[in-house]
Design a protein around this ligand. Structure first.
Ligand code: 0RA
Length: 655
């Protein structure tokens, strides 16, 4: 039986809440939090912040808010404060509660009541601030509105008292402070970098909106760690930021903004001298990782307009092969932001826009902008077309090189590289391959492994810096050829001439990168990861790629010993073995390289599925990963070190 609250349909009332429908109690949220916020891990925890801030952004989009302050407190609670209109506080006739209480305690009532603003819905966002309330051990809402200050507090979603007047205010706005419930969340520690990265993105997507982030857990210069995120130029600046480490081709990004049938479209794009496509798309400020109809419309416009321009001006005459869609996108960086009144999300992670009508709208608006740009800027147009021709030529050369590589050579037995020590199992699901830095560590790994299901491929030296290399060069690289053939994957072309990775014959479901636990080792891990990101991304997305974690120390006393992976474990081991303060019979060995371990030790610590720690590599945030990788490939050392720390983001699992 549904209770009364779950069943209520609110009608017209004194604050115009005529669009509240299907009210439910908050118990449902506490019972099945995953249904509402996706998960109860660190991702779910941060989801609460996105949820609250989405409401403030809606106020910004409606034209009432230009500043949002976010504060992380020492007790782990978070405050989001905006200068919007403030959540209405008047009494709701039928429910005999304040509007604030309805918004905070009734599911799906949190949104704007006027339909003119774009509501962020679908996907995982848009569940309402009431979900945040339900999942918080304590929440306080303070509203500045109509010259007054109102407040109400809640415990696990239940009001502690009726909305009350506590003072006067000249400003308007909503202040929400919540403490995530440790009974619900596995993790209650907000990550500064996760918040900062998203706020930066939000600032670019909403030109003119200021967001500040203050972390009271982190004292700094007599105050606290604090950052302000603001962009005057919006998407144009976003594209420039994404391309910071690259050479631009055009004087300035091409920018367009328009509206058709209530769908707002804004796009900025730039070409750089690199070879990669960097496309970021958003629907109502939410990153659509899997693309969708808006991205299809954008690609359609790019293909059509550049192709037409090249054909009309006879620029493709010299080219002996057909240009493909991909050629127009090499070295293209673009941000596509659409605002759709009722977005439909689909795909595996609900990260793909489904609304079919958006394709034509984006295609028309972007197409017109490109056409105009090309007509008005013939010099820049030539630069782009020359690049497209180069891309097509290089693609052709790459295809030839690839065919050479992928042709099986009878000498190496079924085409497998000579350096590969394969496992005996032919079942990919149970098979693992270790990509090992250096021939000597490779040798140790070969001795230490379980040859039934573990294969070893030693990699010599630093593999090619793929970010900077031309694609056909990649296929000439011995180490990279070996990775392709050992894994059993190949690059193929589809009907449109676009390249896709064929993973049907993948020979191992675990691909483990095993390098020294020092700076050089981390650099090599990074290079290999960059390679996977660029050429075998689907393997990362499907969770096949791991990083081995060799121990950092061996603590020994007589016949007793312990391997340690962290400083803490090292201290624990010393404490365990030591009799007095300075027990000189304890020996501590710091493992700098894999080479310092013998085969048995390497097996015990790093390869044995029962003992080892593997980190699965995930692509949490394409924007972040991409900028990190581009930065890494620069010549500076500090950003590289930052990446090594960011490695900690990879989930710690071994299944
Ligand atoms: C309902 C109606 C209106 C605004 C809001 C909710 C609102 C919610 C949040 C959550 C965080 N910040 C917020 N700011 C506003 C419209 C109010 C009106 O018409 O005056």
């Amino acid at each position: 039986m549904m209770n009364v609250e779950e069943n209520l349909i609110a009608k017209e009332n004194n604050y115009g809440a005529n669009s509240i429908t299907a009210l439910e109690g908050l118990e449902a949220v506490r019972k099945r939090p995953g249904m509402y916020i996706g998960s109860v891990d660190t991702k779910g925890l941060h989801h609460l912040v996105w949820e609250v801030i989405d409401n403030s952004i809606d106020e910004h989009l409606a034209g009432y808010c230009d500043k949002i302050d976010v504060i992380v407190h020492t007790d782990g609670s978070v405050t989001v404060r905006d200068n919007g209109r403030g959540i209405p506080t008047g009494m709701h006739d039928k429910l005999q509660k304040s509007a604030l209480e309805v918004v905070m305690t009734v599911l799906h009532a949190g949104g704007k009541f006027d339909k003119d603003t774009y509501k962020v819905s679908g996907g995982l966002h848009g569940v309402g601030v009431s979900c945040v309330n339900a999942l918080s051990i304590h929440l306080k809402a303070e509203i500045h509105r109509e010259g007054k200050i109102f407040v109400q507090e809640y415990r696990r979603g239940k009001p502690l008292y009726d909305t009350k007047l506590i003072g006067e205010s000249k400003d308007t706005g909503t202040y929400i402070t919540w403490q995530p419930d440790p009974e619900i969340f596995e993790e209650v520690d907000h990550k500064y970098e996760v918040l900062a990265t998203r706020f930066k993105e939000i600032a670019y997507l909403n030109a003119g909106l200021t967001i500040t982030l203050t972390d009271e857990r982190k004292p700094e210069n007599g105050g606290f760690k604090h950052e302000t995120f603001y962009s005057q130029g919006g998407l144009v600046e976003f594209v420039q930021f994404l391309d910071e480490a690259r050479q631009p081709l055009l004087d300035a990004p091409i920018h367009t903004k328009g509206e058709e049938d209530n769908v707002e479209v804004e796009v900025a794009l730039q070409y750089n001298t690199g070879y990669k496509e960097n496309l970021y798309s958003f629907v109502n400020n939410i990153n659509t990782r899997e693309g969708g109809s808006h991205v299809n419309g954008f690609r359609r416009a790019i293909n059509r307009e550049f192709k037409n321009y090249g054909d009309e001006n006879g620029l493709f005459k010299k080219l002996k092969i057909q240009v493909s869609g991909e050629d127009f996108r090499e070295g293209l960086t673009a941000v596509i932001s659409v605002k759709v009144p009722e977005p439909q999300f689909k795909g595996q992670t609900k990260g793909e826009l489904g609304n079919a009508e958006v394709t034509g709208i984006v295609s028309r608006l972007v197409g017109n902008a490109i056409k105009t740009f090309l007509e008005e800027n013939p010099k820049e147009a030539r630069k782009i077309i020359d690049k497209v021709i180069l891309a097509a030529t290089a693609r052709n050369a790459a295809r030839k090189a690839r065919e050479m590589v992928q042709r099986k050579t009878p000498l190496t037995g079924g085409g497998l590289p000579g350096k590969l020590a394969d496992c005996s199992s032919k079942n990919p699901e149970e098979s693992e391959i270790f990509l090992v830095e250096g021939d000597s560590a490779g040798g140790t790994a070969k001795q230490g492994r379980d040859r039934h299901f573990q294969a070893i491929l030693p990699l010599r030296g630093k593999i090619l810096n793929v970010e900077k290399a031309f694609e056909y060069k990649i296929y000439e690289n011995e180490e990279i050829k070996n990775i392709f053939t050992a894994l059993g994957v190949s690059i193929e072309e589809n009907d449109e001439g676009d390249r896709i990775l064929n993973v049907e014959k993948l020979r191992y479901h675990k691909i483990v990168i095993m390098c020294d636990a020092d700076v050089d080792g981390s650099h090599i891990v990074t290079l290999i990861l960059t390679f996977f990101f660029r050429f075998m991304r689907i393997l990362v997305e499907r969770g096949h790629v791991y990083i081995a974690q060799p121990p950092l120390y061996l603590v020994k006393k007589g016949k007793q010993f312990r391997y340690c992976w962290t400083e803490e474990e090292r201290k624990e081991a010393i404490a365990l073995y030591s009799k007095g303060e300075n027990d000189s019979s304890i020996k501590i060995q710091r493992y700098k390289g894999l080479g310092e371990m013998n085969a048995e030790q390497l097996w015990e610590t790093t390869m044995d599925p029962n003992e080892r720690i593997l980190r699965r590599v995930t692509i949490e945030d394409a924007v972040q990963a991409d900028s990190v990788f581009s930065m890494l490939m620069g010549d500076e050392v500090p950003p590289r070190r930052a990446f090594i720390e960011a490695n900690a983001k990879y989930a710690n699992v071994d299944i």
